[in-house]
Design a protein around this ligand. Structure first.
Ligand code: IPD
Ligand code: CA
Ligand code: CA
Length: 289
């Protein structure tokens, strides 16, 4: 047993309780019509994001007063600890703000000694009462039951997921990847919560997921949960994923090389299916009328 596995032993129950409490708070806000504020052009934030992060920080500082916390809404509280929490207090804010019930709380704990490594993670979806969890070297669970990634080996038989960032979205090329990979698989879902997308790969509902420009608080928990469920996470070229990689390519492991190959092909602009031209469609439509 590694020293970090020992270190994580007592953290998961506390992390789960904090995530459940924050999730219950989100549900209370979800019943109300909240004012939406903007951090960027389409980058939303609500009182629920702030209240959830405040609650999580309060619980962490009471139970683990020396630990550092990096949260989406308040940034880094650096106390010089070997432990760092990655906190997304509400992943799926746009869904939440529109009343679409796909959102979660995401918490990961990193131990930073010789190298930084995530040792425990929880993602809680309060709308489905689903708590995904993992500890380094000890597997992943959904509501306490062990989970594994899917056994699909062929990309053409897989169901994938992706997301589109709200920040600088006009600079993002993901629509090309969405189009090409949709045509080569059973389909690509875009549900609006990266942390849940990752967990859905971990429990076999999706066979893979990718996104450009995710932040550490979006991926820290979900990546550990996938890896502990037997899956794989890399950059788009197959090189090792790091917490600030800004490229996330996750899968059941079995379709990973095929996905890396697709990314290479699409980045090189080879073998691309042309996007249907809407003007040609409109002309055919007019001719039929
Ligand atoms: C967002 C969600 C979404 C992803 C965006 C993220 P937020 O996080 O995970 O699925 O596509 O890139 O920013 O802002 O709702 O915490
Ligand atoms: Ca997020
Ligand atoms: Ca968030």
């Amino acid at each position: 047993m590694t020293s970090s596995a020992v270190a994580s032993e007592s953290f998961l129950p506390a992390m789960s309780a904090i995530a459940r409490e924050a999730g219950a708070l989100l549900l209370q806000y979800f019943q109300q019509k909240l004012k939406i504020e903007y951090k960027g052009e389409a980058d939303l934030v609500t009182a629920a994001d702030r209240a959830s992060e405040a609650l999580i920080r309060q619980r962490v500082s009471t139970q683990f007063p020396s630990h550092d916390v990096l949260g989406e809404e308040q940034g880094l509280k650096d106390r010089g600890s070997e432990y760092r929490w990655y906190v997304d207090p509400l992943d799926g804010t746009t869904n939440f703000a529109h009343g679409y019930p796909v959102f979660c709380v995401s918490l990961a704990l990193e131990h930073r000694s010789t190298s930084a490594c995530r040792i425990a993670a929880v993602v809680y979806d309060p709308t489905r009462n689903e708590l995904f969890s993992a500890e380094q070297g000890r597997g992943a669970c959904l509501n306490g039951q062990p989970i594994r990634v899917s056994k699909i080996t062929q990309l053409k038989e897989s169901l994938l997921a992706t997301g589109f960032p709200s920040h600088k979205r006009h600079q993002n090329p993901n629509i090309y990847f969405y189009h090409q990979i949709t045509l080569r698989t059973h389909g690509v879902r875009r549900a609006g919560s990266a942390a849940l997308d990752l967990c859905n790969v971990a429990c076999g509902r999706f066979d893979g997921f990718w996104e450009f420009n995710l932040n550490p608080w979006d991926t820290a928990a979900g990546v550990l949960i996938i890896e502990e469920a037997g899956g794989r996470v890399t950059r788009f070229d197959g090189s090792p994923f790091e917490i600030d990689s800004r490229e996330t390519l996750a899968s059941n492991g079995l379709v990973h090389q095929a996905l890396v190959g697709e990314f290479l092909t699409i980045f090189n602009g080879r073998g691309l299916e042309p996007l249907p031209d809407p003007r040609e469609y409109a002309e055919r439509r007019r001719a039929k009328l």
